[in-house]
Design a protein. Structure first.
Lengths: 150, 221
């Protein structure tokens, strides 16, 4: 029988199990990648908010301590407010937005000699550090000169 | 003419069951993706609002800090705690707070703003008239009432320090404002909202800012 072709039986063209599994795996990986990216973005946003709130909390306490009586400053050395428990010097609690932050104060004596005039200025350095449950976030210090005798 | 052989092809289409199954799976996956996208959009919006509130809060703090950390003393707090009068400088009559040395920080509830006001004499006035205007603000005087009195004369100049605020409350470290070395402001920031939104429905973020008055000295009168 020359030139005659047998009827070809074409296989069913549905998905095999392996193809379905590969498709599922690709879909799963895509969702995982998206979720990971979103989680990372969210973590970065929270970190940014913490740093901003931390800077505010540092500023506030430095400002309050700056107005304190100079001789009372050493008593704040090593004063620590736990995470979620920061309050103003007058005892007013901070709002919920600050729940993830704590604060610590260090007061150390420091004398500064002016290179130009040779005048010695006695004072203290007040350092305020804001931290969260894991690490220190923001820190700033302020030199407060001892008031002259009036 | 040779007859074309009939080729019996395999089933090339899909059955109704397969089609339905595919539709159901596609719908489930689409629902999952849509749900995830909605969550992402909600979280992103919440983040954006929180960040906006923080940045605006920072702006409010810096604007007020410029006044408070330079101030010599807080002279008065309004009865509702929403406004304070601060003694900013001591140029005339040393040790006494004169009218032109005072700034009033007022909360305007209708506009949702914090406004700094000062009394300013018209340029055309003679120096003697200006000096006469610069009266000493005694402890017993009503500074807010005095400022209100100058308002209709167009002699009160105002600067808006902050906007988008729902409520404020000042507190001091001492019952006598003139003795206070520290001040605190608790305020509620309004989230960004359409102009026609009901203010009562707009969410707020509570914030607190604490100030020291490092230059503090009480006026002698």
């Amino acid at each position: 029988m020359s030139g005659a072709r047998l009827p070809s039986r074409i296989a069913r063209r549905g998905l095999t199990l392996i193809e379905a599994l590969i498709a599922s795996a690709i879909l799963l990986m895509s969702v995982l990648a998206l979720t990971t990216a979103l989680a990372a973005g969210q973590a970065a946003a929270i970190e940014g908010q913490k740093l901003l709130l931390g800077a505010m909390a540092v500023d506030d306490l430095l400002s309050e301590l700056w107005a304190e009586n100079f001789n009372d400053l050493p008593k704040y050395h090593n004063a620590t407010e736990p995470v979620g428990g920061i309050i103003s010097l007058d005892g007013e609690p901070y709002p919920d937005a600050f729940w993830m932050l704590g604060r610590r104060v260090e007061v150390t004596s420091r004398d500064i000699k002016s290179a130009k005039t040779g005048v010695l200025v006695r004072g203290v350095v007040v350092r305020v550090t804001v931290f969260d449950a894991d690490r220190d976030l923001v820190s700033a210090e302020l030199f407060i000169a001892e008031p002259g005798e009036s | 003419m040779r007859a074309i052989p009939f080729i019996q092809r395999g089933r090339a289409g899909v059955t109704l069951v397969e089609l339905l199954l595919a539709i159901v799976i596609t719908a489930m996956v689409s629902l999952g993706v849509a749900s995830m996208m909605t969550t992402v959009a909600t979280v992103t919006e919440a983040d954006r609002e929180a960040r906006s509130a923080l940045l605006r809060s920072l702006a409010v703090r810096e604007a007020l800090r410029a006044y408070l950390e330079e101030a010599l003393a807080v002279l008065q707090v309004s009865a509702d705690g929403s406004s304070i009068a601060v003694w900013l400088e001591d140029d005339l009559t040393p040790g006494c707070a004169n009218l032109l040395e005072v700034r009033v920080l007022t909360f305007d509830a209708d506009e949702g703003t914090i406004v700094a006001s000062r009394v300013e004499a018209p340029d055309a006035w003679h120096p003697v008239q200006k000096q006469a205007l610069n009266i000493i603000m005694a402890a017993s005087g009503d500074i807010f009432g005095t400022f209100e009195g100058f308002e209709p004369l167009g002699m009160v100049k105002s600067t808006t320090l902050a906007a988008g605020i729902a409520d404020v409350e000042w507190a001091l470290s001492s019952a006598n404002p003139r003795e206070a070395r520290r001040a605190r402001l608790r305020f509620d920031l309004l989230a960004p909202a359409p102009v026609d939104a009901d203010p009562a429905e707009v969410p707020t973020t509570a914030m607190l800012v604490a100030f020291g008055l490092p230059e503090h000295r009480s006026p002698v009168r």
